[in-house]
Write a protein that binds this ligand. Sequence first.
Ligand SMILES: [Fe+2]
Length: 149
Amino acid sequence: MLGSAGGRKAWIRGCERLIAMGVKLNHTIVHARDKRESAAFYAEVFGFGEPVPFGPFLDVETANEVTLAILESRERFDTQHYAFLVSDEEFDRIFERVTARGLDYWADPARSVKGELNRHFGGRGVYFEDPSGHLLEIITRPYGRWEDI
Ligand SMILES: [Fe+2]
């Protein structure tokens, strides 16, 4: 009930949650040792459009309008993990390009199960690295409950 302090707080939390539901990831920076090499890799392997220069970045955009802003860095940088949800047909095409490039791939993020796919959540998934060592993942089903892996 709104008359009580607890009720008012719960109502505010509910409003904040409704507002946050409109929040979308728009872009992130992907560091690269060679931005042209990395941008070409993302464009070719994932089938994104041509990379677009934007200041010091080379931008590629995912189907859900998230820009990967590829930035060359001569400094040492930590590698990150980027996961992409794809259709079964896209999975086949992307995985074919990964193997055609002779890239290593793994069924797990620890890179202990080499040369295999996983079947988590009733779909297919696989991990491989971009030219700068970022760990990429393609999955055909979104993550569900941890217990259902
Ligand atoms: Fe992941």
